[in-house]
Design a protein around this ligand. Structure first.
Ligand SMILES: Cc1ncc(C[n+]2csc(CCOP(=O)(O)OP(=O)(O)O)c2C)c(N)n1
Ligand SMILES: [Mg+2]
Length: 565
C-alpha cells in the first residue's frame, strides 16, 4: 500500500494501527501474544505479506530482538506485548534501547477504558511505569487519533537523540471503529553543523598537538561511517570508539587507537587523559566509556572538547564543551568529509604511538586450562567474513570479542551498553532474520545464555542460522571477580550448576558441539556452519581464567595481601 492511500472506510482500531505501521515502513514485528491486543494481531493477519510477525518465547527476548533490529537498520524496532506481566517482562529491552539511543516502539495491550483505575486484571499505568525508561509514553484513548499519535511515536523514536517509545492500546479502543485518514510516513530530520562551527572546529584542530577522536552512540549508517573514516584517515587523527561501538571505525586502519569500555587498555585511557583536544562524535562519554567518569574531568575537561550529538540536551550535560555541535551523524559526517585537509605533522608520532598500543593490546597471553580463548579469537579474526555480526550480553567473557576481535565494517557489533545480560542470544536471532546472508555469532556466558536461552526455539522456528557460542566457566564470573577483589575467598551467590548446553541445543533441534581444547574449536565451528541449521558451541573454559590477563586465585591473593598489609 502506498503512503498516499488515504483510506476513509470504516476500520477497527487494530486495522488503523497496522495500516499506520505499513505506511511507516515496518516490515517485521516481534511479539508474545496477549488477549489484550487480539484486534491488532487480527489486523496483522491481513498484513502478513508486508509485516512478518515473529512470535517469541518471552517478552524480554521480543524487545531485545526489536532493539537489535533498530540498531541494525536505523528504523524503529517494533514489539507487541500484553499488559501487566507482558509489559514488565518487556521492560529490559526498553531500558536497553534508552541507554543505547535505539529507535524502538513498544505496543502494549491495555485494560478496557471502563475498567481503568480499578486495578483491573493486569492493569498498570504505563506512563508512570515507563516514565524514566522510555523517551515518550502515550496511551491512545481515542481510536480516531491512532494515525496522529502513531506518527508522533515514529517521529519521536527516530529524531533528536533516538530512543524507545511506549504506546498503550486499550482493548476497547482497538475494537472500536472510526473513519479516519492515514498520515504519510514519518520524516527523519538531518541536522547539520553551522558554517561558523565548522570553522571553529578547523581552528581548534589546527591548534592541537595531541588530538583524539571518539566515535559512539546511535544514528549512524554506512555512508556516515565511510565519511568519518575518510576525514580521520585524511588527517591521520587517532580514533577511539566508545563502549560497544567498536564497529564505527575500521579497526584495521593505521590510525585506529582502540576501544574505550570495559576492556580499554590502560595506556589508551592515559593517552585520552593527556590529549589536548577531544572530538567526540555521537558518544555521550558515559560511565563505561570513561573508566567510571575518571577519564575526562567533570564538569570542565582539561582538554578542549568538541562535542557533537544529535540530542541538544546531551551537550553540556556532564562535560562543559568548548564547541558544542547539535547535528545528526549522517549530516555531520558528510560535512567533515568536505573539510579541507589539515596538516597532521604535529600529531603523526602521537597517532602512530596510539595505534601501536592498540596493536600491542591485540596480543594475548596464555590462560590456565586447555582452551586458549586468545587463539580462538585469533582464528576468528583471520577466518570470519568481514561483515560477520558479533553479539554479546554482559559478563567477563565479553572481554574476548571486545579486545581480541577486529570490527571492520559498520554494524558488525551488537551489544547492550546498559550491560544487560541475556542480550546476545535474541539480538543475534533478530540480526540473522534481518540479514540472512551474513554470518551471525552470539557470544554468551553460561549465566548470560540462560537468561534468554529459550529463544533457541525462536531461532529454530524461523530458521535463523546463528552460531551461539557459550563460554562456560560455571559461574557468574564478573560478580565472582568483584567478590574475590572485595571479599576474597567468600564466594556467595555466584556459583552455577549448568545443563549440558550442547544436549540442550540438540533438544531444541539445533546442531550442538562441545569444545574442551583449543584445537577443537575451528572444526566445531565449521561443522556448525555446515550443519544447515542454527548451532550452539559450548566452550568449557577454566574457572581460573577469569580475565585475559589475570587468574582468579591471583586476584584473591592480592586482595588478601592488601587486607593484611
Ligand atoms: C540482567 C542482568 N542481571 C545481572 C547483571 C549483573 N551481572 C553482570 S555480569 C554478570 C555475570 C555474567 O555471567 P556469565 O554470563 O556466566 O559471564 P562470565 O562473567 O562468567 O564470563 C552478572 C550477574 C547484569 N549485568 N544484567
Ligand atoms: Mg560464566
Amino acid at each position: 500500500m502506498s503512503a498516499m492511500n488515504h483510506k476513509n472506510n470504516h476500520r477497527t482500531g487494530g486495522e488503523i494501527l497496522i495500516d499506520a505501521l505499513r505506511i511507516n515502513g515496518v516490515d517485521r514485528a516481534f511479539c508474545v501474544p496477549g488477549e489484550s491486543y487480539l484486534a491488532a494481531l487480527d489486523a496483522l493477519h491481513d498484513a502478513k505479506e508486508e509485516i512478518e510477525l515473529i512470535v517469541c518465547r518471552q517478552e524480554g527476548g521480543a524487545t531485545y530482538m526489536a532493539e537489535a533490529y533498530g540498531k541494525l537498520t536505523g528504523k524503529p524496532g517494533i514489539a507487541f506485548v500484553t499488559r501487566g506481566p507482558g509489559a514488565t517482562n518487556a521492560s529490559v529491552g526498553v531500558h536497553t534501547a534508552f541507554q543505547d539511543s535505539t529507535p524502538m516502539i513498544l505496543f502494549i495491550g491495555q485494560v478496557a477504558s471502563d475498567q481503568v483505575e480499578r486495578e483491573a486484571f493486569q492493569e498498570v499505568d504505563y506512563r508512570r511505569m515507563f516514565g524514566q525508561m522510555a523517551k515518550w509514553v502515550v496511551q491512545i484513548d481515542d481510536v480516531a487519533r491512532i494515525p496522529e499519535l502513531v506518527s508522533q511515536a515514529f517521529h519521536r523514536a527516530v529524531n533528536g537523540r533516538p530512543g524507545p517509545v511506549v504506546v498503550a492500546l486499550p482493548e476497547d479502543m482497538l475494537t472500536a471503529h472510526a473513519s479516519v485518514s492515514d498520515v504519510p510516513a514519518h520524516k527523519k530530520v538531518e541536522i547539520s553543523a553551522g558554517a561558523e562551527q565548522l570553522q571553529e572546529l578547523t581552528d581548534l584542530l589546527k591548534q592541537a598537538e595531541r588530538p583524539v577522536v571518539m566515535l559512539g552512540g546511535s544514528g549512524w549508517n554506512k555512508q556516515a561511517v565511510a565519511d568519518v573514516e575518510s576525514f580521520c584517515a585524511a588527517n591521520n587523527l587517532p580514533v577511539t570508539t566508545s563502549f560497544r561501538c567498536q564497529d564505527l571505525y575500521n579497526n584495521a586502519l593505521a590510525n585506529y587507537a582502540g576501544e574505550l569500555g570495559t576492556s580499554a587498555s590502560p595506556k589508551l585511557l592515559q593517552s585520552v587523559k593527556n590529549s589536548d583536544l577531544l572530538l567526540v562524535i555521537g558518544a555521550r562519554i558515559g560511565e563505561m566509556t570513561s573508566a567510571g567518569y575518571t577519564m575526562v574531568n567533570i564538569p570542565v575537561p582539561n582538554q578542549k572538547l568538541i562535542h557533537v550529538h544529535s540530542g541538544a540536551e546531551e551537550l553540556g550535560r556532564v562535560y562543559y564543551p568548548t564547541l558544542p555541535i547539535n547535528a545528526t551523524m549522517a549530516a555531520f559526517a558528510k560535512q567533515l568529509r568536505g573539510l579541507a585537509k589539515i596538516s597532521s605533522d604535529k600529531w603523526a608520532s602521537w597517532t602512530a604511538e596510539l595505534n601501536k598500543n592498540y596493536n600491542d593490546n591485540l596480543q594475548h597471553a596464555p590462560i590456565p586450562g586447555n582452551v586458549q580463548m586468545g587463539e580462538i579469537m585469533q582464528w576468528m579474526r583471520a577466518n570470519l567474513p568481514e561483515d560477520t555480526i558479533m553479539t554479546t550480553g554482559a559478563g567477563n567473557y565479553t572481554a574476548w570479542p571486545h579486545r581480541f576481535y577486529q570490527y571492520k565494517t559498520f554494524r558488525t557489533q551488537l551489544g547492550a551498553t546498559n550491560g544487560s545480560m541475556g542480550y546476545g542470544v535474541p539480538a543475534a536471532i533478530a540480526a540473522k532474520l534481518t540479514d540472512r546472508d551474513r554470518t551471525v555469532i552470539a557470544f554468551a556466558g553460561d549465566g548470560c545464555f540462560m537468561m534468554n536461552g529459550q529463544e533457541l526455539a525462536t531461532a529454530m522456528q524461523y530458521d535463523a542460522r546463528v552460531v551461539f557460542i557459550v563460554v562456560n566457566n560455571g559461574m557468574y564470573g564478573t560478580i565472582r571477580m568483584h567478590q574475590e577483589r572485595t571479599y576474597p575467598g567468600r564466594v556467595s551467590g555466584t556459583a552455577l550448576a549448568n545443563p549440558d548446553f550442547a544436549a540442550l541445543a540438540q533438544a531444541y533441534g539445533l546442531h550442538g558441539e562441545v569444545v574442551e581444547n583449543t584445537g577443537e574449536f575451528a572444526p566445531a565451528f565449521e561443522r556448525s556452519v555446515a550443519s544447515g541449521k542454527p548451532a550452539l558451541i559450548e566452550i568449557r573454559i577454566d574457572q581460573e581464567a577469569i580475565t585475559p590477563k589475570m587468574t582468579l586465585s591471583a586476584m584473591r591473593e592480592q586482595a588478601l595481601a592488601a587486607q593484611k598489609g
